[in-house]
Design a binder for this molecule. Structure first.
Ligand code: SF4
Ligand code: SF4
Length: 279
């Protein structure tokens, strides 16, 4: 079985899709969002060992050139990734789909489904197919939380075991999107259209950061597109930027006012969207 770097598993989550779900977070991302509140999930650990001496409880040890993480000793003090010069985390476990599913099974029958997030979960495509196949075999609903850079239309095996993709529209224009994430958004918008046609677009999100990109244009054009695609009941989450966990150099990004967020929600609703949520 394929192994993936698992950053964490949240047994019960009410915010990662409909109903109570187990959320699995994988390490590594191909975006570099300025507002990322988990920047330690972006890069993969290169086992340099710099963080090990900062781990007072001894959860980290160096053996044969690799950092080993002992979850039972970890007190979640975050000292390790605060001292990592590479924006990585040693707090990952290389797990097979079967091992992750064993963790998920402990939460049944109190969960409706499984959501795999990240980082960007599609960087671990083979692992996803294996895990979601096991989850479907247990009768669970399966969702992916993706930045939309993976071409889902070309992957029938993955889509056969995925009930839906929760997609971020981080900015509308390519230029704004590159400023926010470091990457273009052509594939994101292509995925949005394709997933809508497949009935597999339960949720779209935009993180609102005034001054970083044109938030109003992004919400307006995304809402218009969802209406054109007949996705009026797709949940549209309008998420306030918050500086918690964000890298020091981006902590001064502007926090939107409640009035501006409400204004954006009304804008989305004015195009007929029925499930607009501000968080
Ligand atoms: S988490 Fe960072 S500092 Fe720690 S071993 Fe990995 S790369 Fe080095
Ligand atoms: S968060 Fe990191 S430094 Fe703190 S106890 Fe856990 S592994 Fe060690």
């Amino acid at each position: 079985m394929t192994r993936a770097a698992v950053n964490k598993i949240i047994p019960f989550s009410a915010v990662d899709g409909p109903g109570n779900r187990t959320a699995v977070f994988l390490q590594g991302c191909n975006f570099d969002c300025k507002f990322c509140h988990n920047p330690e999930t972006i890069h993969t650990c290169i086992h340099c060992g710099v963080c090990v001496p900062y781990c007072q409880p001894g959860a980290l040890t160096m053996a044969e050139g690799k950092v080993t993480y002992n979850i039972t000793k970890c007190v979640l003090c975050d000292e390790c990734f605060h001292h990592c010069p590479y924006g990585a985390s040693p707090r990952t476990r290389q797990m097979t789909a079967g091992e992750v599913m064993a963790e998920v099974r402990k939460n049944m029958p109190f969960i409706r489904g499984v959501t795999v997030s990240g980082g960007e979960c599609t960087l671990w495509r083979d692992f996803l197919v294996e895990l979601l196949t096991l989850a479907k075999g247990e009768g669970l609903h399966t969702l992916l939380d993706s930045n939309g850079t993976y071409d889902f239309s070309t992957d029938r095996p993955l889509m056969a075991v995925t009930d839906g993709i929760m997609l971020d529209v981080k900015a509308w224009t390519g230029e704004d999107h590159r400023r926010v994430t470091g990457a273009d958004n052509a594939m994101v918008l292509r995925n949005l259209r394709w997933l809508a046609g497949q009935g597999k677009l339960p949720e779209v999100r935009t993180v609102v950061v005034p001054g970083l990109f044109d938030c109003e244009q992004t919400v307006r054009e995304t809402s218009i597109l969802l209406r054109e695609l007949g996705c009026l009941d797709t949940r549209y989450k309008i998420i306030s930027y918050r500086p918690m966990g964000v890298r020091q150099e981006y902590k001064s990004l502007e926090i939107p006012t409640p009035e501006f967020l409400t204004c954006l929600a009304h804008l989305a609703q004015s195009y007929g969207l029925t499930d607009v949520v501000i968080i």
